[in-house]
Design a protein around this ligand. Structure first.
Ligand code: UD1
Ligand code: UDP
Length: 382
């Protein structure tokens, strides 16, 4: 009988990084994926489900506007637990560091179900940056049965925390699988980027800065500084800002009053993955506090200024495509201005490197899970 693998996710980045894994599980002999979405996000999750053609087996539809960490976590734990009790899967897969991932793993552990963690081992070393994701990821790493580390750096962090070597596999990051898939769709049919196309036409001839921001630890003065830095940069005639604004009401409250109505700024609703990838392609540089964008920009050779003080993804910085600039207004403006005005500095960062994977991570993950079930003696030690 096929082993039933419950894949649990709830937010946009988890969906992007797990749809290739679900496809690989479907292709693997002896494995049957069951898809449980928590609906921690709604519109932003549905955009990915639609593009990937994924129809979940379960949808808990848990999102509430402006949800606190306590509220969403409590709903997640009981909601996921109920589905695990009715479905009784053979294994649970979670991805990354969200509340859905942490609660999905915990609910599985409470039922003594094996847990596989995709994108394991990322560490900033600071429990408040990213907050609460650093601790979410560590909690999962404390008891997962299979740790799929995207890079050797991540695997090393797990070994330092005494995770047994035979539970760790360096797979690359499945975001590169997703990016290859979406880039191929765009190449087949560029008209799929229909949301970005008119914005691209409006800003023809200008240098494009793509922006995303949403991190909870930046709420307050950090977001305020980011908004003012964007406003400062938009004062340049030769620059245009394309900014799909996250649906978190706190992000909107910080950004919209400062940026609405500026000629050189296009404030957009969250873009589907095809349109966002097109934005990455046309951008001269990205300003972001996103995890996923830090991984995608290097793959496309786009300089990325990371509006954070630390990162759990140092590979882009080491490769030279990413730079940490924090959230100070003057620093963001100075660093972006340097890239816009100094072609040598720009060329040094605009190198296509792909430290995060080769686009075949999902197949490795599916094969490792098959192998885990066919070698039960290897996992008696938990
Ligand atoms: C969550 C994750 C974060 C991840 C981010 C990706 C946690 C604690 N945080 O942060 O790790 O980087 O997703 O974007 O798990 N909203 C909508 N529609 C949507 C999505 C969000 O309206 O489709 C609004 C809602 O008001 C919601 C709020 O955004 O309450 C916050 O969503 P939530 O998932 O709690 O946190 P994020 O900041 O999105
Ligand atoms: N993304 C998207 N549309 C957007 C903004 C981002 O599809 O308008 C994608 C982006 O390509 C990346 C992912 O969403 O793969 C990042 O999600 P987010 O920044 O919300 O979360 P994080 O990666 O920081 O957890």
């Amino acid at each position: 009988m096929a082993k039933r693998i419950m894949v649990i996710f709830g937010t946009r980045p988890e969906a992007i990084k797990l749809f290739p894994v679900i496809a690989a599980l479907k292709e693997a002999d002896g494995l049957e994926p069951i898809v449980l979405v928590t609906g921690q996000h709604r519109e932003m999750l549905d955009q990915v489900l639609e593009i990937a053609g994924l129809v979940p087996d379960h949808d808990l539809a848990l999102m509430q506007p402006g949800q606190s960490l306590d509220e969403i976590s409590a709903r997640l734990l009981t909601g996921i637990g109920g589905v695990l009790d009715s479905e009784k899967p053979d294994m649970v897969i979670v991805q990354g560091d969200t509340a859905t991932a942490m609660c999905g793993a915990l609910a599985a552990y409470y039922r003594k179900l094996p847990v596989a963690h995709v994108e394991a081992g990322l560490r900033s070393g600071n429990i408040y940056h990213p907050w609460p994701e650093e601790v979410n990821r560590k909690i999962i790493g404390g008891f997962a049965d299979l740790h799929f580390a995207p890079t050797e750096t991540a695997a090393h962090a797990l070994r330092r925390e005494a995770v047994a070597d035979d539970k760790i596999l360096v797979t690359g990051n499945t975001v590169v699988d997703a990016l290859h898939w979406v880039t191929a769709r765009l190449a087949e049919d560029p008209s799929r980027a229909a949301v970005i196309a008119p914005v691209e036409a409006r800003f023809a001839g200008k240098r494009i800065i793509g922006v995303t921001t949403h991190r909870r630890e930046n709420f307050g003065s950090g977001m305020d500084d980011i908004a003012h830095a964007i406003r400062d940069l938009a004062a340049r005639d030769d620059v245009a800002i394309i900014f799909p604004v996250h649906l978190n009401p706190q992000v909107r409250a910080a950004m919209l009053p400062i940026l609405v109505g500026l000629d050189n700024v296009a404030l957009l609703e969250p873009l589907d993955y095809l349109n966002f990838t097109r934005l990455l392609q046309i951008a001269d540089l990205m300003l972001t506090d996103s995890g996923g964008v830090q991984e995608e920009a290097p793959a496309l050779g786009k300089p990325v200024l990371v509006m954070r003080d630390t990162t759990e993804r140092p590979e882009g910085v080491v490769a030279g495509t990413a730079k940490l600039v924090g959230t100070d207004r003057a620093t963001i403006v100075a660093e972006a201005t340097r890239l816009l005005d100094d072609s040598t500095a720009y060329a040094a960062m605009a190198q296509a490197h792909n430290p995060f994977g080769d686009g075949h991570s999902s197949g490795r993950i599916a094969r490792a899970i098959s192998g885990w079930f066919s070698a039960p003696e290897r996992h008696q030690s938990n």
